[in-house]
Write a protein that binds this ligand. Structure first.
Ligand SMILES: [Zn+2]
Length: 316
């Protein structure tokens, strides 16, 4: 009796120590859902919850690694974290020339640029121009100032400043501080009978149907402005990786809706071609987060900048 009591105490202490070390606390938010089918297509099924079974392994990812992930939600209410690692960005033109149609000043992460190359191999986007990528904080303020000057000609200064800050958020409160976000502009003939700017160009209509296949999401769809809080960035795209983009596409979720569903369900399971992938969501600890994944799986992780960390666990 006493031995078993001591053993329980040791286990409890070990558990507490692990929590302290990782800073993560699961509490009652561990995935507990039974398999509720959320969507089914010809060869893909998406379930609410991510109940990992069989032999598993725990992986700890530190905060810096998580902040380098692809799912950070940056906005007026969720600014860039103070300890955000420096984003690595390359000049698109210098790296791949005009294979990806980008203005001379556009800088993006290599991963984003190569995903754009894959996309352009299928559709060269000859009537599209990437006008803006990652902006340094000084460039963000310069653009905000320029926008303010434009509005100032039309309205009182306080109103002009409000409008400029809506159009161009303060540095650290907009996605252009990430190296995976960019804006498009369509050239050539536009069909103005469409209310949505994305539909006015042939390239835009193609991107609406296909960008997800290359890991891109339309970040602020007009019909989702109540969820995103942004209604003036119709041609803003973001690279999140193929699996996340696939789920968001099938479920018709914007990033905010996806992250909130992950929290609500404690994760999501994706079954495709007899392979299972798990999207796990756990509270972000002070120092990082621990994910429990099946053996033989690899992880792609990210903080969501809303208090949680996400892991896409895929079969090797
Ligand atoms: Zn933008």
């Amino acid at each position: 009796m006493e031995i078993s009591y001591r053993r329980s105490l040791r286990l409890l202490l070990a558990g507490l120590l692990l929590m302290l070390l990782t800073g993560a606390y699961y509490g009652e938010e561990m995935p507990q859902n039974s398999r509720i089918k959320l969507a089914q297509t010809k060869d893909i099924v998406i379930y609410a919850g991510a109940e990992v079974s069989g032999d598993t392994q725990n992986f700890f990812f530190d905060r810096e690694t998580l902040l380098k992930g692809k799912l950070l939600c940056i906005g007026v209410n969720s600014p860039l974290p103070h300890d955000m690692p420096v984003q690595q960005a390359r000049n698109v033109r210098k790296l791949v020339g005009l294979y990806v149609p980008a203005a001379q000043t556009v800088n993006l992460s290599e991963e984003t640029i190569y995903a754009l190359c894959d996309l352009c191999a299928e559709n060269p986007l000859v009537r599209t121009w990437i006008t803006d990528g990652m902006r340094a904080p000084s460039a963000q303020y310069a653009l905000q100032n320029e926008t303010f000057e434009q509005y100032r000609k039309l309205m009182p200064a306080s109103q002009a400043l409000n409008k400029a800050r809506t159009d161009v958020p303060d540095s650290g409160k907009g996605e252009h501080q990430l190296s995976a976000a960019f804006d498009l502009k369509f050239t050539g003939e536009l069909d103005w009978s469409y209310p949505d700017p994305l539909d006015r160009s042939e390239d835009g209509r193609w991107l609406r149907e296909n960008a997800w296949r290359f890991g891109f999401i339309r970040r602020y769809p007009p019909e989702k402005s109540s969820a995103t809080g942004v209604n003036n960035e119709e041609l803003h795209f973001r690279y999140v990786g193929r699996e996340h983009a696939l789920i968001m596409r099938i479920m018709d979720w914007c990033l905010e809706e996806y992250l909130s569903a992950l929290e609500r369900y404690g994760g999501i399971t994706l079954e495709r071609e007899n392979k299972t992938a798990y999207v796990l969501s756990v509270p972000m600890g002070e120092h990082g987060a621990v994910f429990c994944v099946p053996e033989g799986y690899s992880c792609s992780v990210s903080a969501d900048n809303l208090g949680r960390a996400v892991c896409m666990a895929t079969e090797n």
